[in-house]
Design a protein around this ligand. Structure first.
Ligand code: AMP
Length: 536
């Protein structure tokens, strides 16, 4: 393709939402708003306050809380380095990956100059604190200074045109390229894959432990995970969640949090809601159970699929999650955690169940319910709903007592949940809860300059009265205007022409039955108010 043609092609390129992300459009957004409004209302009645946390945080916050071995942290986060050193970063790539041609003196001296430029700018960045003074960066600076000093003697060692970037100093041999690769020009940040870690960070940062305990917070907003997109699974998805943080792990707290989600789903009339609960023990009893499980799994290893075989080593609890048909018979014979809880965990679990019963919350015990993230302990729960196929979990939650401490805060108990809002909406839509196209109350059909001025005033007053009004920007013949009003689903057309304006009597047409009546300006508003009261 010629350059010109390539440019044309580029111009014609259609932009599309990135895979795994999507646009939410009206009228669907009205349902999203209703869901979120209901969350504000229901959570408010349980004494929860809204928290809004940033979309990105240091990667380390998620790595430490969610766990390095989880899929979310090891492969699903959108991570980037936040810095102003784009030029220097490019120079780093050049000297890391390009080999100078040793037969060509220009190539060698160019490489030497680039290396020296890099070392100087990198050193200045560190001394002015614009580049983080991490041990790795300081080590890289020192190595590269030696590398630059020794480059001519190293050049003699070059073989087959490949620069051997092994630098000798202090009696050691160091790989300069490895050091170059490890340089960090700025903070490493990630788009949040969930919000619990951020809420805990905020709890610590704002000294919330000195507020009346427990602190009850909820949030809503987008999360980001680089998962394989499918129905109900996106790379940008939305969660509505809540956390209770404080000094107590009273079972009534667990039960009330669960009661709150169930009340929320009930208010939304979500269909086929099923609550599963389990206790996964604590630091005291879980490790022993995990070892027992691992030992039992090793005995049947040959009968398991590749994923489960791997999990025997990395995270045996996750084998219980398996949906593979061929493994179900084996899993049914495995030891159950309920039989291996320590005294405290068993008592806590029994009390949570009792508390749920006192609240009339219907649950099912599911000993195979484990959560994917590392920080959970004791109470775990999951809620599924109708119409979602294989991705039918709309809410996951549980207790995470050690998390705040792990993030550098005071010893704190915690429990929370996250609802997948996309799935919640899908399920509501499947059961016919999709709102109709948003109609208008009044379409103003005006003709003539004088009528336009009146129409603008009428629109202002009607909107002030809470009516939705469509005011066409240009004059239209009445017939066309009425057709337009019909298409938009307007209830009334307000007809304003020269006659109406001079008489001070406005014509209101009810579109459902075609009837017409004349009103003075104040009477019109009164009439519409009355009609609205009658229909609500
Ligand atoms: P988790 O934070 O993994 O415990 O997930 C809590 C809830 O968020 C799940 O039950 C899902 O409803 C929802 N969820 C998690 N990941 C996704 C995703 N990639 N797309 C849509 N919803 C998701």
């Amino acid at each position: 393709m010629s350059e010109g043609a390539a440019k044309k092609e580029e111009k014609r390129r259609k932009f599309q939402a990135i895979r795994g992300t999507r646009d939410l459009l009206p009228p669907e957004t009205a349902l999203w708003n209703r869901v979120e409004q209901t969350a504000h209302e229901v959570f408010g009645t349980f004494g929860f306050g809204e928290i809004r946390v940033p979309i990105f945080e240091p990667t380390e916050l998620f790595a430490r809380s969610i766990g390095l071995d989880t899929d979310v942290v090891s492969k699903e986060m959108y991570t980037f380095e936040d810095h102003d050193f784009g030029e220097l970063d490019r120079l780093r790539s050049t000297i890391t990956y390009r080999n100078p041609d040793i037969e060509n003196p220009h190539s060698v001296s160019l490489y030497r100059d680039q290396l020296n430029d890099f070392v100087r700018a990198f050193g200045e960045g560190i001394s002015s604190n614009q580049i983080p003074r991490t041990p790795e960066n300081l080590r890289a600076l020192e190595t590269l200074q030696h590398f630059a000093g020794q480059i001519d003697s190293l050049a003699k060692d070059w073989t087959g045109g490949v620069l051997i970037a092994k630098v000798r100093f202090d009696g050691r041999v160091v790989d300069a390229r490895e050091n170059l690769r490890r340089i960090q020009f700025g903070d490493v940040l990630s788009l949040r894959p969930e919000a619990t870690a951020s809420v805990c960070r905020a709890y610590i940062e704002h000294g919330m432990q000195s507020l009346p305990q427990p602190v009850k917070l909820y949030y809503m907003g987008p999360m980001f995970r680089r998962e394989r997109p499918q129905k109900g699974r996106y790379r940008q998805f939305y969660q509505i969640g809540a956390e209770v943080l404080g000094g107590s792990d009273a079972p009534a707290i667990d039960a009330e949090v669960i009661e709150m989600v169930m009340t929320f789903f009930d208010r939304l009339e979500l269909h086929g809601v099923q609550l599963d609960i389990n206790s996964i023990g604590d630091r005291n009893c879980r490790p022993k159970y995990v070892e027992l499980l691992r030992a039992e799994l090793l005995k049947v290893k040959d009968k398991l699929g590749a994923d489960s075989q791997r999990r025997i080593e990395t995270n045996p609890l996750r084998v219980l999650d398996s949906k593979l048909e061929s493994e179900q018979g084996i899993i049914a014979t495995l030891p159950r955690i309920a039989d291996h809880l320590c005294e405290e965990c068993a008592v806590h679990y029994a009390a949570v169940k009792h508390q749920l019963e006192m609240r009339g919350v219907i649950y099912r015990e599911n000993w195979r319910l484990v959560r994917g993230l590392d920080y959970y302990m004791r109470t775990t729960f999951e809620i599924t709903a109708q119409g979602l196929g294989s991705q039918n979990a709309v809410c996951g939650g549980g207790r995470y007592d050690g998390l705040v401490e792990l993030l550098g805060g005071p010893p704190t108990k915690g429990i929370g949940f996250a609802i997948g809002e996309d799935r919640l909406i899908l399920s509501l839509q499947e059961s016919g809860k999709a709102p109709a196209q948003q109609g208008r109350d009044v379409y103003i059909a005006w003709m003539g300059e004088r009528a336009h001025a009146t129409a603008i005033r009428a629109a202002k007053d009607l909107r002030k009265g809470g009516f939705s009004v469509e005011l066409p920007p240009v004059e239209q013949k009445f017939g066309k205007a009425l057709g337009q009003a019909d298409k938009l689903g307007a209830k009334y057309a307000l007809i304003l022409g020269d006659n109406e304006v001079s008489e001070g009597l406005w014509t209101l047409k009810t579109l459902a039955d075609g009837s017409q009546a004349k009103f003075t300006e104040p009477d019109l508003l009164e009439h519409l108010r009355k009609q609205r009261a009658l229909s609500s």
